[in-house]
Write a protein of this length. Sequence first.
Length: 589
Amino acid sequence: MELQRILFPNVQECKEEELYFRIEKSEAGSREILAFDTYFNAFSIEKWKKYTTVRDIYLNLKLSGKWKIYLLNKTLSGGTVYEKILSERNVETDSLEEFEFRFGTEETQGVYAFKAEALSNECRIYGGAYCSEMPEKERKKVKIGLCICTYKREKFIEKNLKVLKEKLLADKSSPIYGHLEVFIADNGKTLHPDRMGTDKVHIYPNRNLGGAGGFTRGVIEVYNSNGQRGITHILFMDDDVMIEPESIIKTYMILSFLKKEYENAFIGGAMLSMEERYMQTESGAVWNGGRLKPLKSNLDLRKCENCLYNEQEEDADYNAWWYCCFPIGVVKEDNLPLPVFIRWDDIEYGLRNIQKLILMNGIAVWHEPFENKFTSYLEYYSVRNQLIANALHCPWYSAKNLRKEMLSRCTQEIMFYRYKSADLYLQGILDYLKGPQWLAEQDGEELHKKVMAAGYKPKPVSVLEEETHMRFSMRDYEESCKISDAGYGKRKRFVTFNGLFLPAQGENCIPMAKAKTVQFYRKKRVLHYNEADRTGFVTEKSLFFSLKYIFKMLWVMLKVSCNYKKIQKSYIEKGRMLMTFAFWKEYLK
């Protein structure tokens, strides 16, 4: 039985060779060795043994030519990689032939891997897999309902559906064939169910209630149809990701052999960077009351030591919904996501339900890094939804903690002359203080339109130059990016509120998502520029608006001091009503 297939780089998903294999030289330097101790092709024996009933792993390879195959066990301790050769064997064949290589049962730490040394010029590896002779009767019945929420991203959906159909849904040789169905909540109502849907792909036009509304719609459709479909697990996946189909197969195989004590576990997928395909952005994360800490971030997965470090477990509070799988038993009449539209919906649901999160090399999606984005309206949702999650799950987070965060965050936006963002941030806090009943009574679509209208809207730089008569210079932009926010002058900037009470002179152009206060010091106008799509928006220093939002911040702080405990208690006592089927069916209409 195949548990994990050997993968090779390809044009559709990823061409980054060293995620799949690395080329080494033999000790004599005369022959090439292919090392498969990589992110996608090492076998996580420690986690397979811990979480599943799988035993007796062997490697099946399809080869031709003359080879020497080394079976390896690799571990990481104290930052040092340890490699143990479990066995080595020479094979030779003139035509394609399958060979089995037994790992044995002695080593169960770290990962299993293999190296293949070419002993002749005409050598080929056609494929292979890590396998086990598990009896079919020990395999659990598993069927995954893949839920995708989308809003006017037709190209992403069409591309990912094509991959899913070709590699999984219609491929009878795939282990997951017949064990996967796709449920798409179309918040933009722009997809064509008749053209794109099949008996395994279901598309539902949906109200635009954000990611929370879309994923919840998917859960409800899976739950309501489960009598006839027999779905055992739900997999949330973003619409704008690039997927490695084998991640879904691997998830399915793990679920098929989960030990009884881990049947309620979630399986999370890591986020790899769409820009640098070998860089890991996050693999699980810690909430910490809103001071998010992504785990295993900024790892170059081309390096074996990083892949081994990635296998070492840490306590994680949640896994983002770009790839998150959980048993359908989690879904109950009063245990649906919160109607928070966007941001922290996945976090709150994870805090509420995850008892154990399984993370493993090779289960991942590629996604555009969030640090490259700045979206003004998210200031509202980020703080409002953070406070809702804290009310339910972080009783230690007090009014004092919030006031401290307000002072830092709001002051920063004022120093950036982003007065609209400061206003959205404060409005998010004020709306939280209205309590759960207010949230239940809101029309999520209409509220979102108002929030969107209140923020900054990036425009092409050519349009901005015409509207503001502000010239864009790439050279000035690049110089601005190099400026450090530390060192000489920091005390002066602090005392003068970053030059707010000093005369302004000149303009600047800064990276939209990575602004620093020093870039605004005594500047009259600043162009916030997004290099990826050459758009931006302009903010201008205003003593009037700076003072306005300083005083508004102080007023909101006073309201927080007076009402925070009462609202926190209200969410604890009444927040469950927002998680029920009855509420959501009415909310989604």
